[in-house]
Design a protein around this ligand. Structure first.
Ligand code: NDP
Ligand code: 2IT
Length: 449
């Protein structure tokens, strides 16, 4: 066991491992938060007395259900659906749905756990939850996707609601899937309850900037970090892993601010384009045609594609891991630092392994953990809920300014908390402590529930 654990926290962590066997990603996420909490328990002994940590680590409710569907050839398939309603101290459960074959309870619990603190950092009234399925959307026809989403919602609808639990997208769930799920919810309940799900289309209750929000928000966060060392995005060479929703809008904002992204990827390999990634090509391939990133070469002959390659070997000054958990390990981190990387902004949830985080921290480079840096997505989902509740719709500029303000606030909160708790520049500590204290205070006020 690492000595970074406070002695009060060690037995709590051991008990969590025992109660949740085999859920390695959940253990990893819990450990990272608990490693920050020693000094918090010293300052707030009432949190220990009321067993806030133990309660926060136990989901309020976990739902697992069968999702049967038929493919285009009339074969029957059975997938497993999940919704973990983790913590509602600050508001209705809020968090995305992930459709990916790797999904199991341990992944949904890690994501739901992270979401509690991320949502708290936004300052908005949202609790934490996450859901999804081990369904693999790759290669499925549009009507197969629709039937799967309808079957998934036929069970999920009874657990959600605008004041109860509000899902959104994540890996494998974008505007198309949200549309099919909202349609089925509306049909079953006979209610046009727009605030039950976010990431909706712009003509039917969606918010401008939601699609862009996670990527833009991450870039805003990194911009704020760079300011603390009198640096900026302008002129920097960047790499962004993945080529999905988060990656695309990270690239867009970096380019708008004068940086140059030279590499992005999918699960098959990465592309390197020295002249800078042509984002229109990536959007066409990924958002419209749902093809592989290697097909980028058909449009940009000078670029290179490295099948199964490691994107972190590309020299850069700023890195934005935006694909999935544990995609960047200790060796990768060492390589990035050696190649001159000065800042990391995590678009994905927990993309850096614990030994990778250690490398960044020991090298003293700027490192923004996902729960702070990618909070712009869920924050803008909440702006969508506000617009739904008031039957209003806001302009792009107004909404983007709000997002930018929220990201600056999150940055400053993490920065200040890290200083207050004796670890200046440690955004991991700052984010964990600030998020935890907000939830803990609400839990304390509401009694033992
Ligand atoms: P998308 O499904 O749009 O894109 C995911 C991208 O990551 C694809 O390029 C995909 O490649 C790649 N990827 C996914 N899983 C793996 C894997 N196991 N190994 C290698 N590559 C992988 O998802 P998002 O962009 O929405 O999500 C990306 C990350 O951002 C996730 O960690 C998510 O939790 C996080 N996030 C998303 C938010 C949102 O608003 N959407 C908000 C906050 C965080 P391929 O197509 O080959 O699978
Ligand atoms: O990880 C995340 O924050 C998301 N997938 C977005 C959640 C949301 O409710 O918008």
């Amino acid at each position: 066991m690492s000595n970074s654990f406070d002695e009060k926290v060690t037995p709590i962590y051991q008990e969590i491992i025992k109660r949740n066997p085999g859920e390695t990603e959940f253990h990893q996420a819990v450990r990272e938060v608990l490693e920050s909490l020693g000094p918090v328990l010293v300052k707030y002994p009432e949190f220990a007395h009321h067993k806030i940590i133990q309660r926060i680590c136990e989901p309020e409710r976990q739902i697992i259900f069968r999702v049967p569907w038929t493919d285009d050839k009339n074969n029957v398939h059975i997938n497993r659906g999940f919704r973990v309603e983790f913590n509602s101290a600050l508001g209705p459960y809020k968090g995305g749905l992930r459709f990916h074959p790797s999904v199991y309870l341990g992944i949904i619990k890690f994501l739901g756990f992270e979401q509690i603190f991320k949502n708290a950092l936004t300052g908005l009234p949202i609790g934490g939850g996450k859901g999804g399925s081990d369904f693999d959307p790759k290669g499925k026809s549009d009507s197969e996707i629709m039937r799967f989403c309808q079957s998934f919602m036929t069970e999920l609808y009874r657990h959600i609601g605008e004041h109860t639990d509000v899902p959104a997208g994540d890996i494998g769930v974008g505007g198309r899937e949200i549309g099919y799920m909202f349609g089925q919810y509306k049909r079953i309940t006979n209610r046009y309850e727009a605030g039950v799900i976010t990431g909706k289309g712009l003509d039917w209750g969606g918010s401008l900037v939601r699609k862009e929000a996670t990527g833009y928000g991450n870039v805003f966060f990194v911009k704020e970090m760079l300011k603390t060392i009198n640096e900026s995005i302008e002129g920097k060479t960047c790499i962004v892993s993945g080529s999905g929703n988060v990656s695309i809008y990270t690239i867009e904002k970096i380019h708008e601010l004068g940086g140059k992204v030279v590499a992005c990827s999918d699960s098959n390999g990465y592309i390197y384009d020295k002249a800078g990634i042509d984002l229109q090509v990536v959007k066409q391939l990924k958002e419209v045609e749902r093809r592989r990133i290697k097909d980028y070469l058909e449009y940009r002959g000078d670029a290179r594609y490295i099948e199964k390659g490691n994107i972190w070997e590309v020299p850069c000054q700023l890195a934005f891991p935006s694909a999935t958990q544990n995609e960047l390990n200790g060796k990768d981190a060492t390589l990035l630092v050696k190649n001159g990387c000065i800042a990391i902004g995590e678009g994905a949830n927990m993309p850096t392994t614990p030994d990778g985080v250690k490398v960044f921290q020991e090298a003293g480079i700027l490192y923004a953990p996902g729960k702070a840096a990618n909070a712009g997505g869920v924050a803008t989902s909440t702006l969508e809920m506000m617009q739904n509740a008031s039957r209003d719709s806001w302009s792009f500029e107004f909404t983007e300014n709000k997002l930018s303000e929220i990201m600056t606030n999150i940055h400053n909160l993490c920065y200040e908390k890290a200083e207050e708790f004796g670890s200046p520049g440690n955004y991991v500590l700052g984010a964990n402590v600030a998020g935890f204290i907000r939830v803990a205070n609400a839990m304390l006020a509401m009694g033992v529930i």
